[in-house]
Design a binder for this molecule. Structure first.
Ligand code: CP
Length: 305
């Protein structure tokens, strides 16, 4: 593939190939000299139209550890603020001959559109409510390192499913690798037809968490709710916030994940987020490794490589 636009369209062996490649990147990242210069001389531009802490910084570090020249476009200080369109912005950057564009945008499909307009490789760093492929890959890597496999594990994805690109990418990836996927949410945060994605639907945390190996919590994405439905945070926490009492319904060796950013006391109790079953910090480390793996895989398809 020249681009990574989503998990949809990737074959299981391609996903597993990226996870294996990421294992090597973990080793590189733990060395004193964190460098494997397969992208030396290449230019990577990070173009983030939405805020990010983890994804942008890990793509920057990943590119640098592979020897690329990495530029972060500060969209808030760019001519986007003067009305320049996404496509004109991309065409302008494309004229500077980047090799890889890493793009986050608030509109689903925007990254696919952009990929058709530029001559370089494009990586989707999150497009609206659609996909966040590198998040699903880093989640899978984290799970596999702890459970030794993905197939036949039961994974519950809990919370704001409707507005979550993380949920979509994870559902596609986990199903592709043979996991049993559940979603747990109030009806108002469940998209219609979600069953067709191959998930079992629960509206009650205690029922949904029984027998679960992995509990994946999601942030309430109030910025995507357009004021249409904002649940009372206190009520939401009572019924859907992951605390020790609800976690006790999952398997004894269940592990807790959250893509970040976390809203402590909204979807997760700080004691669980920082507790012994939490993999949240490790997910961040895996994020750098997975992004190195993706960049390295795309490097093989760059012209003259
Ligand atoms: N998980 C994730 O995408 O975090 P950021 O929005 O901070 O990049």
């Amino acid at each position: 593939h020249r681009h990574l636009l989503g998990i949809e369209g990737l074959q299981p062996h391609e996903i597993l190939g990226l996870l294996d490649r990421a294992e090597e990147a973990i080793e590189i990242s733990r060395q004193v000299e964190k460098i494997k210069p397969v992208l030396r001389g290449r230019t990577q531009i990070n173009l983030f139209f939405e805020n990010s802490t983890r994804t942008q910084s890990s793509f920057e570090l990943a590119g640098k550890r592979l020897g690329a020249d990495v530029m972060n476009m500060a969209v808030s200080q760019s001519s986007v603020k003067k009305g320049e369109t996404l496509i004109d912005t991309a065409a302008t950057l494309n004229a500077m001959h980047p090799d890889i564009l890493v793009v986050r945008h608030n509109a689903a499909g925007a990254v696919h559109l952009l990929a058709r307009k530029v001559s370089c490789s494009v990586i989707n760093a999150g497009d609206g409510q659609h996909e966040h492929p590198t998040q699903a890959l880093l989640d899978a890597l984290t799970i596999r390192r702890h459970k030794g496999k993905i197939a036949r594990l039961t994974v519950a994805i809990c919370g704001d499913i409707t507005h979550s690109r993380v949920a979509r990418s994870n559902i596609i990836l986990l199903n592709a690798l043979g996991a049993r996927v559940r979603v747990i949410a109030p009806s108002t945060l469940l998209p219609s037809g979600i069953e067709k994605m191959g998930v079992e639907v629960f509206r009650d945390m205690k029922e949904g968490l029984k027998g679960v190996d992995i509990v994946m919590m999601l942030r309430l994405q109030r910025e995507r709710m357009n004021g249409a439905f904002i649940p009372s945070v206190r009520e939401y926490y009572r019924y859907y916030g992951l605390d020790q009492e609800k976690l006790a319904y999952a398997n004894d060796d269940a592990l807790v994940m959250h893509p970040g950013p976390m809203n402590r006391g909204v979807e997760i109790d700080p004691a669980v987020a920082d507790g012994p079953q939490s993999l949240i910090r490790e997910q961040v480390e895996m994020g750098v490794a997975v992004r190195m793996a993706v960049l390295e895989a795309l490097a093989a398809h760059l012209p003259n490589s």
